[in-house]
Design a protein. Structure first.
Length: 168
């Protein structure tokens, strides 16, 4: 009788553990704000550090340590290059240069990057391309919140949707 109870409990434990598997969440959050009084677009990116380092390693075939104690200037340079290649903005159909300002680590596992675009007058369209980490992981999703002229919009960028044009 005891054996049946033990085997039953082991079986129940096995079934319950195999029925629920942990699935990692692959998400980046980007905030794009148009500050009309400063004639500037301010960009804040929040990306998981481990995913970012994995993506950089896959793309550039080099181990990186962005956001960790082992971080080097070469790691930061690769980060800047990667963001420039995978996040872009066009204003009224014209590409704009994004200036990387700084970064910080939040809660130990999220890298926050601050960037800007200067000399932006009132515009009619903004085109955002966001493929950050999508080439590393097809499950990656990047939510981008845009605030301009008192209007807030949100876009979900995925492997199949990497570019969006908003009209104002």
């Amino acid at each position: 009788m005891k054996k049946k109870l033990v085997y039953g409990l082991i079986g129940l434990l096995f079934v319950s553990l195999s029925a629920f598997t942990f699935h990692k969440f692959y998400m980046g959050i980007f905030q794009v704000n148009y500050a009309a009084e400063k004639k500037m677009i301010q960009i804040t990116s929040r990306i998981f550090i481990d995913d970012l380092n994995n993506g950089l390693e896959k793309k550039y075939h080099k181990k990186t340590f962005v956001g960790t104690e082992k971080e080097t200037q070469a790691d930061i340079d690769l980060l800047k290059k990667y963001l420039a290649e995978n996040f872009s903005i066009k204003i009224n159909g014209q590409s704009k240069s994004i200036t990387f300002l700084s970064k910080e680590v939040e809660a130990g596992d999220v890298l926050i990057c601050y960037s800007r675009i200067k000399d932006i007058d009132k515009f009619k369209t903004i085109e955002i391309s966001n493929s950050v980490l999508v080439d590393w992981n097809a499950e990656q999703q990047n939510i981008t919140h845009i605030s301009a002229f008192g209007i807030k919009k949100s876009i979900l960028f995925t492997e199949s949707s990497r570019k969006e044009v908003l009209k104002y």
